[in-house]
Design a protein around this ligand. Structure first.
Ligand code: ADP
Ligand code: MG
Length: 358
């Protein structure tokens, strides 16, 4: 049984609540003192198929509780190497020729597979993200991939995975050779550890703030911040996956019409297809990440978008038994502010007392 819940919207505690019921109960739970919707922690694997489709028509997000057309992208994964494929290419041989000895699979994303490798040149292990151009949508190849490659080359920060080299194979595969984060992503970490004590969550979240601050300060918006894209190297958090990142124009004034990211981490304005400031979208996603670190649960149920939009307006609840401090709840509330114009910039977030306190 979950303990009493504390709703974060409004200034005062709404009161003790019954445990979250099964999904059917939660789906009806929008009337009065309903139990909070706090879905169990689920990897954005669904979102690795439900990454918001760029250019999905906004109206598709309204209406019944079915994913909007275009929202569900088919999971496209390339076959390669010994797994066999009609586009068979000896990636092991190709990478070995470049001095990389392939090892185990570290992770799989929507358009890529990430493998561990030993670099003879660096005499250490690295991670190699392999993207098969033949297997991914046109707009990804022509729009998102070139941006990612351009952006990652320029980023240099201790909390961002460093890209060492890019290789192109004869048959159209792109390999990003990166720094290895040998301790996995923070999704798996929270799954293992459960809700993190505040000092631990703070230590990790501070590093995410540093990484995002550096990006925004450099005019780069990430647009797919989520637990699976925040990796661990010991106690050091390293942000990765700049698939959907974008370099803002110099004046930083541009509003985005592009809907990308993962539904569970998407801000209301992104879900609704309202032209938006992508930096504020990143801030919202950071709120979702902080909630997951602290509660080991998803704050919103992203299986029903209209209902999720409603939940986002009402605000999230944190389980009372976790004893999350008022200061921390205040930060969560600021990050998960449904009105993007009231949501703080990363600079303001970095000065929040919960983060600046030792
Ligand atoms: N540098 C790395 N070190 C260790 N694991 C990694 C690294 N990069 C990616 N991974 C793992 O692979 C997964 C997919 O990588 P990612 O770059 O996020 O690809 P995608 O764009 O397909 O989501 C990550 O969630 C993570 O678990
Ligand atoms: Mg990813």
């Amino acid at each position: 049984m979950a303990g009493p819940w504390v709703r974060l919207t409004g200034e005062k505690r709404v009161g003790d609540r019954a445990s979250a019921g099964p999904p059917a109960t939660r789906a009806q739970g929008d009337h009065g003192e309903s139990p909070p919707s706090a879905p169990r922690l689920t990897k954005a694997t669904l979102s690795d198929t439900t990454r918001l489709h760029h250019n999905a028509p906004p109206q598709a997000l309204k209406g019944p509780s079915v994913p909007p057309p275009g929202l569900l992208q088919s999971r496209c994964w390339m076959n390669w190497g010994s797994e066999g494929s009609q586009h068979h290419e000896d990636m092991e041989g190709f990478l070995l020729a470049h001095g990389y000895q392939l090892g185990r699979t570290l992770g799989e994303g929507t358009y890529s597979k990430v493998k561990e490798a030993f670099s003879q040149k660096h005499q250490k292990k690295v991670a190699i993200k392999i993207i098969d151009k033949k297997e991914v949508p046109e707009d990804f190849i022509h729009k998102f991939l070139p941006r990612e490659l351009q952006i990652v080359k320029c980023l240099n920060h201790r909390n961002i995975i460093r890209v060492h080299e890019m290789l192109k194979s004869a048959k159209g595969k792109i390999c990003l050779v990166m720094e290895l984060a040998e301790d996995g992503d923070i999704f798996d970490y929270v799954l293992r550890e459960g809700p993190l004590p505040e000092p631990r969550a703070r230590a990790l979240f501070r590093q995410l703030v540093e990484a995002v601050w550096y990006c925004h300060d450099s005019g780069v918006v990430h647009r797919d911040l989520k637990c699976e894209n925040a990796l661990l190297q010991g106690n050091t958090l390293k942000l990765t996956d700049f698939d959907f990142a974008k370099q803002l124009p110099r004046d930083r004034q541009e509003l985005s019409w592009t809907f990308c990211g993962s539904t569970a981490y998407a801000a209301p304005e992104v879900l609704q297809g309202i032209p938006h400031d992508s930096c504020k979208g990143d801030i919202w996603s950071m709120g979702i990440i902080l909630y997951i670190l602290l509660c080991a649960r998803m704050p919103f149920d992203d299986t029903n978008i209209p209902q999720m939009l409603h939940q986002q307006q009402k605000g999230v609840s944190v389980p009372g038994h976790l004893g999350i401090s008022k200061e921390c709840q205040n930060l969560l509330r600021m990050l998960l502010e449904p009105d993007a114009t009231l949501r703080p910039s990363i600079e303001v977030v970095s000065r929040h007392p919960w983060l600046t306190n030792p």
